[in-house]
Design a protein. Structure first.
Length: 500
C-alpha cells in the first residue's frame, strides 16, 4: 500500500471529487459515515461523546460525525474551537446542518477558554486539526491540547491526532493530542509508522472512504507498507518436481565463544525458509554444537577459536555472515578477504556489520545488491547518527542508492530500503520479538530465500514479512512475554501456510 504525503492525499481527495462527480461535502459525509460505523461496532448505544472540532475540514468531519451519531441515537455534543478566524466551506455547511437539528448540539469555544467539566465516562473525539498542519501548535491551541491530554477520558482521533504532522516527526516538546485509537482515511500517514509519533496515535484503523484508485495507482510514492498482496506477488510456490539442489545452497557464517546460539538460529531459520541445503561455517570448537543442534545442516570449520578463513563459498547460492561471529583480528582479515573476492549478494548482519563500521572502505566493496540488516544503533555506527527515526530512514535511502545495497532497518515497523531508494514498512510483528536471537533468525530467513533465487530486495521484503508473521502467530499461541527466538522459527511453517 502506498503512503502519500499530506499534499498527495489532498490531491487524491480533489481527484476523487472530480472523477466521481460529487461535492466535497459528500466525500466528507462518506468519511463521517465510515467513522460512525466503526464507533457503532465498538461502543454500546448508551455511550456518550464529546466531539472537539476545529474550523478546517477536520472540524467539518467532526461536525458531520456529531450529526450522524445523534441520528443513530447516541448522546453527543460538539464543541467548535475558534482556532482560526476563517472557517472552511465544508465545516460551515456541516455546522449549519447540525444547528438545524438543535442549537444546543454545538457550542463555540472562544480563544483562551477551556472545557473543564467533561465527566470521565464520556468519550472524547478529536477533530480539531487535520493533515494540513505544517508547524507545531502554539498558544491557546497547544494549551488546550495539553489540557485535554490530562483528562482521563478515552480519546479517539479522526484521521490524525491534533498537533501530529503527517509527513514529519514532531519535536519532543510538541503539544499533540494523545489518543487510544485513530480512525484514518484509507491510507497510512507516514508519521504513524515511527515510534516517536505512534505513542500519540494509538491503534490505527484505516477506513475505506472510496478514494479514486486511478489516482492512487498512477501517483508515485517511494514509501509503501508491505501487505499480503505484495507478498503473494513475490512468493513462488515450490516446484513439485524440484530436488534439494533446485532450492539452493545457503552458507551461514558465524559463531564465537559464548555466541554459538546465534549461528545455530540462523542456520535453522535458513532451513525453515526453504533452502535446499544449508552449511554453517563456524570455529572448530563449535562443530559439535552445530552438528548436535541443527543436524539437518552441514558444518565446516574456518579456524579453531575464531573464523580465520572463509572457503568453499564459490559454489554456494547465498551467504549470510555475521551472527555471533565476533570481531577477532583474524576474523576481520578473513571477512575482508571474503568481501574482496565475492561478487554475489551477501546478507550482512551483527558482527559483520560492526566490522564494516570499523573499516568503512569495505562499504564500497560490498557486492551489488547485498542485504544489510542493522538495528538503529548498528546503522548509526555504519553511517552516522540521526536526530529521529524518520530522518534515519531517509538517510538509509541515500546510502542504499549510493552503495547499491539493500538495507533492512530493524524496528517495530522494520523498513526495507532497496537499491532504488524505495522504502517498504513491514506491518507484521510484535513486541514479543524484542528478544535475543530474533535478528539472527531474520538473517537466516533472508539468506534461505536468497538461496532460492529470490532477488535480494524480494528476499528482504518477503523475509521481514514472514519473520514478523511467524512472530505474530507465536504470540497468539504462547504470549508475547513467553516468546523466544526459536519460536519464530517454529511458526515459520504456519506463516507460509497463511498465504500459500
Amino acid at each position: 500500500m502506498k503512503i502519500f504525503t499530506a499534499a498527495q492525499i489532498r490531491a487524491c481527495d480533489a481527484y476523487t471529487i472530480q472523477a466521481s462527480s460529487i461535492r466535497s461535502e459528500e466525500l466528507m459525509e462518506r468519511a463521517a459515515g465510515r467513522c460512525v460505523n466503526w464507533i457503532k461496532d465498538h461502543f454500546p448505544k448508551e455511550s456518550l461523546f464529546v466531539v472537539l472540532c476545529g474550523t478546517g475540514n477536520n472540524g467539518g468531519d467532526g461536525l458531520a460525525i456529531t450529526r450522524q451519531l445523534h441520528q443513530r441515537g447516541y448522546g453527543v455534543k460538539a464543541f467548535l474551537l475558534q482556532v482560526s478566524r476563517e472557517i472552511s466551506a465544508d465545516c460551515r455547511s456541516n455546522l449549519l446542518r447540525l444547528q438545524n437539528i438543535g442549537k444546543d448540539m454545538v457550542s463555540n469555544v472562544a480563544p483562551d477558554t477551556f472545557i473543564t467539566d467533561i465527566p470521565h465516562n464520556i468519550i472524547i473525539i478529536d477533530a480539531i486539526l487535520g493533515i494540513g498542519l505544517n508547524r507545531p501548535t502554539q498558544g491557546w491551541v497547544a494549551k488546550f491540547i495539553t489540557h485535554i491530554n490530562h483528562l482521563p477520558n478515552k480519546k479517539i482521533a479522526i484521521d490524525i491526532p491534533s498537533g501530529l504532522p503527517a509527513d514529519l516527526l514532531p519535536d519532543s516538546d510538541a503539544a499533540i493530542l494523545k489518543v487510544q485509537d485513530t480512525l484514518s482515511f484509507q491510507l497510512y500517514k507516514r508519521s504513524f509508522l515511527h515510534p516517536e509519533a505512534a505513542a500519540f496515535a494509538g491503534r490505527i484503523h484505516l477506513l475505506d472512504i472510496g478514494l479514486d484508485t486511478t489516482f492512487i495507482n498512477a501517483t508515485h510514492s517511494q514509501y509503501k507498507t508491505i501487505e499480503e498482496t505484495d507478498i503473494t506477488d513475490i512468493y513462488r510456490p515450490r516446484d513439485p518436481f524440484g530436488h534439494k539442489g533446485t532450492f539452493g545452497s545457503a552458507l551461514v557464517i558465524g559463531g564465537s565463544h559464548g555466541k554459538m546460539g546465534a549461528v545455530t538460529l540462523a542456520a535453522k531459520a535458513a532451513l525453515r525458509s526453504g533452502a535446499g541445503l544449508v552449511t554453517a561455517l563456524v570455529p572448530g570448537f563449535g562443530y559439535n554444537i552445530l552438528q548436535t543442534t541443527v543436524p539437518e545442516a552441514m558444518c565446516s570449520t574456518g579456524g579453531e577459536q575464531a573464523i580465520e578463513k572463509i572457503e568453499g563459498w564459490e559454489n554456494i547460492t547465498a551467504v549470510g555472515v555475521g551472527p555471533g561471529m565476533g570481531t577477532d583480528p583474524a576474523t576481520v582479515k578473513a571477512f575482508t578477504r571474503f568481501i574482496d573476492s565475492c561478487s554475489k549478494p551477501v546478507v550482512i548482519d551483527a558482527d559483520a556489520l560492526n566490522i564494516v563500521a570499523k573499516h568503512p572502505d569495505l562499504l564500497a566493496k560490498l557486492p551489488k545488491g547485498s542485504v544489510l540488516t542493522p538495528h538503529p544503533k548498528e546503522f548509526a555506527r555504519l553511517f552516522g547518527e540521526n536526530t529521529n527515526s524518520m530522518i534515519q530512514i531517509d538517510h538509509a535511502r541515500i546510502q542504499a542508492m549510493r552503495y547499491n545495497i539493500n538495507i533492512v532497518l530493524k524496528g517495530h515497523h522494520t523498513a526495507v530500503i532497496t537499491t532504488e531508494g524505495e522504502c517498504w514498512y513491514n506491518m507484521t510483528g510484535n513486541a514479543g520479538m524484542a528478544t535475543g536471537g530474533a535478528g539472527d533468525v531474520l538473517t537466516g530467513i533472508i539468506t534461505g530465500l536468497l538461496a532460492q533465487k529470490y532477488a535480494p530486495h524480494e528476499a528482504a521484503i518477503l523475509g521481514v514479512y514472514l519473520h514478523g508473521l511467524a512472530g505474530d502467530i507465536a504470540a497468539r499461541e504462547l504470549s508475547q512475554e513467553a516468546m523466544i527466538a526459536d519460536d519464530i522459527i517454529t511458526y515459520l511453517g504456519a506463516a507460509f501456510l497463511s498465504f500459500t
